[in-house]
Design a protein around this ligand. Structure first.
Ligand SMILES: NCCCC(=O)O
Length: 814
């Protein structure tokens, strides 16, 4: 019976805002519509969606979000209405993002380079052009603006209703006025969603609860990191000057003066403000279930300086009253990016929440989530959105501090490597204080504190710019010290997981593309794929015993690795143990690494006694530790892995032994420059967006074994391939990733990672380009800060192409 409350479904989405409905719409398009039920406790959009201001812009330097935004604009500006017959009230007025400082101009130049890669209609214009299109804005002090003419705004409720209509057309059942009251996992692995009208058993459950998402997560034992922040926009009385305008004025984003946006709302003015201090977080413990279309009273004191400045910027508003204030709550995650993907530690519980910009980002993100659920992989890199990028360190109190920080940063310049400092340190390594005292500037990665560089003769802090800064000199000197002598780095943040038991080999063999380490002490670098054949993660596997394997990978992949192992396990007798929090790691690299280590251990460190890519348990400073002869820097080197209690002693012993050799501390920035000089790919290139062939890492895969995703790696019809480029430096700006790559004037791809290689004196990049542009020797151009720079595809590592250095058998000095 069509109207009967369903007792089963393949998917139950809980939450009827733009995120939940967007997912329902896209699941419909991916073929799951007839199996999907959406539950909304009151009316669609009645949480945060309805009070969104509704703008959308191509002005983003995030490559992934850029793809989503572009899709959303096409949906809003025609596709959705044509498909569903429902109007969405698209206002294609375009927009400007203003710059008052050279730093802001550099940000816009970088955004322009990314926009070019994505094929956006985007240009940098001066004040004259802004004034021509927006004669009412006070442009005092404005240097220029990014003009994105295809932008606009839309009615959030209409958009959601249109997607709901589209979802229904594809068979999705939308049940309003039905509150979910609990979500639990059954012994079968299915989920049970209890509601006011009965329970539904489903294979997949989706938390699209908006401001309720965190408390909904608690039903299932999840601690989803987000906090509700309140944001104001104001609508003025009618503006006489707007009468009779031939076209709607572009939306203005004024990050510096207004910390927000200003646009027309029919014949009125609309001013939205993200104050940069005293933000207001609410509902830390509980968002009342009965709230529907809930708004707070305006808090003028909080926003007054920005409101006053907006009147200064828009003098035609100055004498008008505020006719309507909209002060509503929106979810903010700790790092600004939404939570889109699997919940940590469980199977088939999906997050579609934590989204501060639902109208701007929502449909594109939910399309990716639908693809992930249905096909096993999204089509854009989900690294920044995967809910598993946070761990148990993201406590309730921490989330509040971070969400408040995020809100205040909304209209700050997103400098490269911007270091969010609130709520830190949360997971200091045993060396944290020592390295800080030695000048370390730390970054946070999966909660861990990791040194990014050591300040010598400069302030011990981040030096922000889109151009070179004094930090580049620190990086160059750390790289030089490692390349010419020896350096040590605290790499405790790495993910460290032990897999052991009678079936450990069999499980890992089934999940990894490369040959498993055969002998105890052998090391393999390998990739794990998802069922769509795309890269899940890259990991090093050390065979520590016959049935004992130690996996090391990038810090933020810990939960992703644990979940992948747990979900793919099929009855194998294994124990999987996360060691990241209890084990520390150090990396010793450089031509004198052997000399240093020889002073600390009796182990035979010669090539015969300790092969490259092998591991041994050795004694250093009275501690038995694992030494792995491998080097991400591309030098003679070892990584040491040990219980936390040993770390300080081992570091001190290596440091003391290294002092006569000029040992230097180095950080992640130098490490990144060195791995790029060696042509080693990292997490920025090896994403769920690509296969092994596309990432050009097929040499790490064995085609004589079977492994998850293997059949997809055999596809030779590649849309793009990861090319290794050298780019001519200009001594000023080196690029930051996402920039357009051009061949004969046409865009052929985009950069993934970009860095200056101090040893080789070139900018080095990995870029995904059309296969026709990937042949070594091809002359290309890369658009850095809006300017085309000469680039060339390299066929081998820029540094030590034959890898002689890590394999050297150089004698220990006398
Ligand atoms: N309150 C979200 C506004 C997003 C924007 O238009 O910049």
């Amino acid at each position: 019976m069509a109207n009967e409350f369903p007792s089963t479904a393949r998917v139950v989405i809980v939450g009827g805002g733009v995120m939940g409905v967007g997912l329902a719409y896209h699941l419909g398009h991916e073929g799951w519509g007839a199996d999907t039920v959406l539950l909304e406790k009151s009316e669609l959009t009645s949480g945060s969606t309805w009070h969104a201001a509704g703008q959308i812009t191509h002005s983003t330097s995030s490559f992934g979000l850029g793809k989503c935004v572009d899709y959303n604009i096409s949906l809003y500006s025609g596709v959705l209405e044509a498909e569903t017959g429902q109007p969405v009230t698209w206002h294609g007025c375009g927009s400007f993002r203003l710059a008052y400082t050279e730093d802001e101009m550099d940000w816009l130049r970088h955004t322009l380079s990314v926009g070019r890669a994505l094929g956006f209609n985007i240009e940098l214009v001066g004040p004259e052009e802004i004034a021509k299109q927006h004669p009412f804005y006070n442009l005092d002090g404005v240097l220029g603006a990014l003009h994105t003419p295809d932008d606009g705004h839309v009615d959030p409720t209409n958009v959601t209703m249109a997607m709901a209509a589209g979802a229904r057309q594809k068979g999705v059942r939308i049940i309003r006025q039905c509150r979910a009251t609990n979500i639990t996992q059954l012994p079968s692995g299915e989920w049970q969603v209890e509601t006011e009208r009965g329970a539904i058993t489903c294979e997949h459950v989706v938390n699209a609860g908006g401001t309720y998402a965190r408390q909904m997560g608690e039903w299932s034992g999840l601690q989803l990191p987000m906090t509700s922040m309140t944001h104001h926009y104001f609508v003025t009385e009618p503006v006489p000057e707007f009468q009779g305008l031939e076209r709607e004025l572009p939306v203005i984003r004024d990050d510096k003066k207004v910390s927000g946006y200003i646009r027309m709302e029919q014949n009125r003015g609309l001013i939205g403000i993200y104050e940069k201090e005293n933000p207001n977080s609410v509902w830390h413990d509980h968002c009342p279930w009965e709230y529907e279309n809930w708004l707070f009273d305006a808090d003028y004191d909080r926003v007054m300086p920005y409101l006053e400045e907006s009147l200064n910027r828009m003098p035609v508003f100055a004498e008008l009253g505020i006719q309507r204030d909209v002060h509503g709550a929106i979810s903010h995650p700790p790092d600004g990016n939404p939570l889109i993907g699997p919940a940590p530690g469980v199977r088939n519980y999906w997050c579609c929440c934590g989204t501060q910009i639902g109208i701007g980002w929502g449909p594109g993100l939910t399309r990716e989530l639908a693809r992930w659920m249905v096909h096993g992989s999204a089509d854009i890199s989900m690294r920044d959105f995967d809910p598993r990028r946070f761990g148990s360190y993201a406590t309730k109190d921490w989330q509040v501090v971070k969400a408040e920080e995020d809100y205040c940063l909304r209209h700050e310049i997103p400098f490269p490597h911007f270091n969010r400092l609130a709520g830190r340190p949360i997971k200091p390594s045993p060396l944290h204080e020592l390295l800080k005292a030695k000048g370390a500037v730390h970054e946070e990665v999966y909660g861990f504190e990791r040194p990014r560089f050591f300040a010598k003769g400069i302030a011990q802090e981040d030096h922000y710019s889109f151009n070179r800064t004094p930090v580049d000199d620190m990086i160059a000197s750390e790289v030089k010290a490692v390349r010419e002598a020896v350096g040590i780095m605290d790499v405790t943040a790495f993910t460290k997981v032990m897999v052991q038991g009678p079936d450990a080999y069999a499980l890992l063999d089934r999940l990894t593309a490369n040959r498993m380490p055969q002998k105890v002490g052998a090391i393999t670098l390998t990739h794990m794929l998802n069922r769509a054949g795309r890269i899940e993660l890259e990991t090093t596997i050390v065979r520590m015993g016959e049935d004992r394997f130690y996996l090391v990978c990038a810090a933020f992949f810990e939960q992703r690795l644990l979940d992948h192992l747990a979900h793919q396990r099929d009855g194998e007798d294994v124990t999987i143990t996360a060691l990241s929090a209890n084990w520390s790691a150090l990396s010793l690299n450089g031509p004198l690494a052997r000399d240093v280590l020889a002073n600390c251990t009796d182990a035979d460190l010669s090539n015969a006694g300790f092969r490259w890519l092998s591991a041994q348990e050795i004694n250093v400073a009275g501690h038995s530790i694992w030494a792995l002869r491998m080097s991400y820097a591309g030098e003679l080197g070892w990584e040491f892995h040990m219980p936390n209690a040993a770390c300080l002693d081992v570091y001190n012993a290596l440091w003391t032994a290294g002092e006569p050799h000029g040992i230097t501390d180095y950080g992640s920035f130098a490490m990144n420059a060195m791995r790029m000089e060696k042509g080693f790919k990292g997490a920025g290139e090896l994403t769920n967006e690509v296969t092994l062939a596309e990432a050009d890492v097929l040499r790490f895969a064995r085609q004589d074994k079977d492994y998850l995703g293997r059949d997809k790696t055999l596809n030779t019809d590649l849309p793009w391939i990861c090319a290794y480029l050298e780019i001519e430096p200009d001594g000023k700006a080196d690029g930051h990733g996402g920039e357009a790559v051009m061949l004969d004037g046409d865009v052929v791809g985009a950069t993934a990672s970009v860095v200056f290689g101090p040893t080789v004196g070139k900018i080095l990049a990995f870029a995904y380009v059309k296969p026709s542009a990937a042949t070594p020797g091809t002359e290309l151009e890369v658009v850095i800060h809006g300017q085309a720079r000469a680039a060339r595809v390299l066929g081998e590592p820029a540094y030590d192409p034959n890898s002689d250095k890590p394999r050297t058998d150089a004698k220990v000095s006398a």
